[in-house]
Design a protein around this ligand. Structure first.
Ligand SMILES: *[C@@H]1O[C@H](CO)[C@@H](O)[C@H](O)[C@H]1NC(C)=O
Ligand SMILES: *[C@@H]1O[C@H](CO)[C@@H](O)[C@H](O)[C@H]1NC(C)=O
Ligand SMILES: *[C@@H]1O[C@H](CO)[C@@H](O)[C@H](O)[C@H]1NC(C)=O
Length: 411
């Protein structure tokens, strides 16, 4: 009886995008004209629930989030995919981990927006159930604006309004748009083929999402009579990130960051042109529709991804890749975050990329960014301005935790 009622209300809430449990206030720039985003990436909660190691990692991850938020005051937190390690999930409680990871945000009255990653879909973990869990919190701004479940779940945008009094009207033109795309991946929830094998889900942004993005953006351009500056969040990086890494060079001083995942894993990895999933297939261009759409978006300043825990740089994509070149002369900054979770692979020091947009810099398409580490240190502070890629910055130290699974301790 309870589960029937729960399911019914959940379906209603999702199909009508009921605003009842949504934050009342739209996002706005602060009075000082800034809007800051803290990206929590690859949190990987819920590993090895059957031993003490797994739950300890979750406690460590909550500590990282608290340490970052003790130093930073974001206007929005983005959970940029792989919130939970779905392969380790139990059917009866796979989404409960959400409560633990958002605890530090709820405590501080912060709101957040998520993209889901490849580990957020598994036999025992459903993306739409994860969204339903998020919707229990008024602080969650995560949505599913496409009803087609094949397209994944976290496809939506959030407008950010200006700080001035004249922006108070709801129907005013946003200063900034935040787009969230679902790069899918993992395996389908509770599905098996005739031989009992789990069924892989494609790991790129579906073409239906690309079409929705282009149509929705065109409507916004028409409605407001201008191209609104924007940022994109998507868990798995586009192929352009691999291309700049392998065909150009990520310079430790001009594009500071760790560059250990080389070559990096991008959308479409391990999927064959034939549509089959197999370990050794070379990249078949599945995300080219997305790359073309991004390249054609006036005002798009940056694309922020995770997935590759060992890459933390930003690189300006301003040259043609597979014949695709951004219309914007200033290019599109392709950025990784910093692995935030103690779950998931890698021992690189944990942290969180900060993105600061300033109203007065929007006309120049300029964004400031830095990484706040769990140690409290800041690394990789750069200005993603029109000449990013030419200036020399301090290189980011390639710091690791002192043993594979132990938490950071100061000193
Ligand atoms: C989820 O269920 C498993 C198996 O019963 C259990 O070990 C684990 O502690 C549970 N996790 C949470 C967050 O309740
Ligand atoms: C899914 O969850 C069930 C119930 O907790 C558990 O018995 C099973 O091992 C899990 N399956 C997978 C593939 O993780
Ligand atoms: C871009 O930022 C760098 C570093 O802050 C600065 O030196 C440079 O003058 C800026 N370029 C422009 C065009 O604003």
């Amino acid at each position: 009886m309870w589960s029937c009622l729960g399911l019914t209300s959940l379906l209603i809430a999702q199909s009508t995008q009921s605003p009842i449990d949504k934050p009342v206030e739209p996002l706005r720039f602060s009075k000082d004209g800034t809007f800051q985003i803290s990206i929590l990436e690859d949190l990987h909660f819920g590993e090895n629930a059957w031993d003490s190691w797994g739950p300890e990692q979750d406690v460590n991850t909550v500590t990282v989030i608290n340490r970052v938020l003790d130093k930073e005051s974001p206007n929005l937190v983005v959970l940029n995919g792989d919130l939970i390690t779905g392969e380790n999930a139990f059917l009866e409680n796979s989404t409960v981990y959400l409560d633990q990871m958002v605890g530090p945000l709820v405590d501080r009255g912060l709101t957040w927006a998520s993209t889901y990653g490849n580990h957020d879909s598994s036999f025992n973990l459903s993306r739409s159930d994860l969204l339903a869990r998020e919707r229990r919190f008024a602080n969650s701004r995560t949505e599913a604006m496409l009803s087609d479940n094949q397209a994944g779940v976290t496809n939506y945008y959030l407008p950010v309004y200006g700080s001035g009094a004249h922006h108070r009207e709801r129907n005013n033109t946003p200063e900034l748009l935040l787009w969230f795309f679902d790069s899918r991946g993992g395996v389908y929830y509770q599905e098996q083929d005739a031989s009992g094998n789990e069924i892989p889900q494609p790991n790129w942004v579906d073409v239906s999402v690309v079409e929705w993005f282009q149509a929705t953006n065109a409507d916004l351009v028409q409605k407001h009579g201008k191209h609104i500056p924007s940022l994109v969040f998507v868990h798995i990086p586009i192929n352009a990130a691999l291309a700049v890494q392998t065909q150009h060079e990520v310079d430790s001083h001009k594009e500071p960051g760790i560059n250990d995942d080389y070559p990096l894993a991008q959308q479409g990895q391990n999927w064959c042109a034939s549509g089959e999933y197999g370990g050794s297939c070379s990249y078949a261009g599945q995300d080219e529709p997305l790359m073309k759409a991004l390249a054609q978006t006036h005002g798009l300043m940056g694309v922020f991804s995770g997935h590759d825990h060992g890459d933390t740089w930003c690189y300006k994509w301003d040259k043609a890749i597979s014949g695709i070149k951004p219309v914007n002369e200033k290019g599109i900054n392709l950025c990784f975050g910093q692995h935030t979770g103690y779950g998931g692979y890698g021992t690189w020091i944990r942290g969180s990329r900060q993105v600061q947009v300033t109203e007065s810099k929007l006309k120049d398409g300029e964004v400031d960014t830095w990484i706040r580490l769990e140690s409290g240190d800041v690394v990789g502070a750069v200005s993603l301005n029109s000449t990013y890629g030419e200036h020399v910055y301090p290189a980011t130290p390639n710091t690791h935790s002192s043993c594979p699974t132990c938490a950071y301790t100061s000193g």
